[in-house]
Design a protein around this ligand. Structure first.
Ligand code: LMR
Length: 395
């Protein structure tokens, strides 16, 4: 029976990251996977995480199951982080959340609830979007429509196209939006554009589903959540998938949360009860370690401050790398790369063809996705000149 199954090809992101890891060229540049890397090319552990972890290890007396909603203190901490303490939706008590296994688990639980509420809902996804959105939401049974988003000619958001396409969203449809630091293109909506989306959602009756996996890596924790917070203040219902992978560096600890904004406290609580049943079907309860660490950081003033300042430094470094990369690429190629500085977070498309991305890999050991998505945080002072000259050679 089982031997009928064919071997599948590796995941386009994780598979390519494995190929890059295996390359022993000392000059290789790995810009594949969306993880923050420091100047030494290491994905570091935050100092606040190390400290919280040591305190946890010293105090831990049990590995008994977590309650299905997760670590006490994690959910309120995440709600305040994402929405901002004192947000009207929190004050009105119409926000509830569950801890989930990473941003992927959070998306999946959100999708389960959307499907339970509206099995025929169509989910509108940006063109392009993070490719894993499709299996994560689609395997629940949701179907997709696509809205225009990235304009390769201007290297920015095709907002007119987006609005035109979303005019076709029906009441009960869901619009999946990247809260900030769009993956893969790095082009984000302005606050005025978020307001247009809020007005459309209210007028047409579609519900936003926000994936905010990179809060804190664009302009800062508060700035990056401003669009989502605007929607949450004006719309009756919303689902948010949040992650601590990138902004706390807890990637392998699978730490995330699904937030539900209901019309009333009662409806938000009903959604959480549904989410707990959905989680029981899939993984029973979330893993503890990362959320215990995150809860300590989110609920302790000194640890929280240390974490915020380290995150702000990372965010500043990414933005400085964007400027340096623009400068180096322009000098090496004579072309315009100003868009890299305008984009936010870890990712940008370099605007290369798939053939050029493959040549970079094969001829120069420079690894980026076939779409020419790069992880800007993989650039450093040692590899930036080599990278710029390799890109110029294939252009
Ligand atoms: C990425 O897009 O590289 C990250 O979100 C990691 C992943 O799981 O794909």
């Amino acid at each position: 029976m089982l031997d009928q199954l064919q071997r599948l090809s590796a995941d386009p992101i994780l598979g390519l990251a494995a190929v890059a890891r295996a390359d022993d060229n000392p000059d290789k540049v790995d810009l594949t996977l969306g993880i923050y890397m420091n100047e030494e090319g290491v994905c570091p552990v935050f100092r606040a995480v190390t400290e919280a972890q040591a305190a946890l290890a010293a105090a831990e007396v049990s590995k008994a199951y977590l309650p299905p909603e997760g670590v006490a203190g994690f959910n309120p901490g995440m709600q305040a982080l994402v929405l901002g303490a004192g947000h009207s939706a929190l004050v009105e008590g119409r926000v509830c959340s569950v801890q989930a296994p990473g941003g992927c688990g959070a998306l999946r639980i959100g999708a389960e609830i959307i499907h339970a509420a509206a099995p025929d809902a169509r989910v509108w996804v940006s063109d392009p979007t993070w490719p894993v959105h499709l299996p994560l939401l689609g395997s629940v049974g949701l179907s997709f429509e696509t809205y225009r988003y990235y304009d390769p000619a201007s290297h920015g958001v095709d907002f007119d196209g987006m609005v035109e396409d979303l005019k076709r969203a029906r009441p009960g449809d869901v619009v999946l939006l990247h809260g900030c630091c769009h993956n893969p293109c790095g082009a984000d909506l302005s606050l005025a554009q978020w307001q247009v989306i809020a007005d459309m959602a209210l007028a047409q009756g579609f519900m936003p589903f926000i994936d905010i996996a990179y809060q804190g890596l664009g302009d800062g924790l508060e700035e990056d959540a401003a669009g989502l917070r605007l929607l949450a203040a004006q719309l009756p219902e919303m689902v948010i998938a949040a992650s601590c992978s990138k902004n706390m560096g807890l990637y392998r600890e699978r730490t995330g949360a699904t937030l539900f904004l209901g019309r009333t406290r009662d409806s938000a609580e009903a959604l959480v009860s549904q989410a707990l049943v959905a989680a029981r079907r899939v993984y029973s309860m979330p893993p503890a370690h990362g959320a215990l660490i995150a809860a300590r950081i989110l609920n302790d003033a000194a640890l929280g401050e240390a974490w915020r300042s380290e995150l702000l430094a990372m965010c500043g470094r990414i933005n400085r790398l964007r400027s340096s990369l623009r400068e180096k690429l322009e000098a090496a190629s004579g072309r315009d790369f100003a868009f890299i500085e305008r984009e936010k977070g870890m990712f940008s498309f370099l605007g290369l063809s798939t053939e050029q991305a493959i040549r970079l890999r094969q001829e120069h050991s420079v690894y980026m996705l076939d779409s020419s998505r790069i992880n800007v945080a993989g650039v450093n002072a040692r590899n930036i000149d080599y990278l710029a000259s390799a890109v110029a050679k294939v252009l």
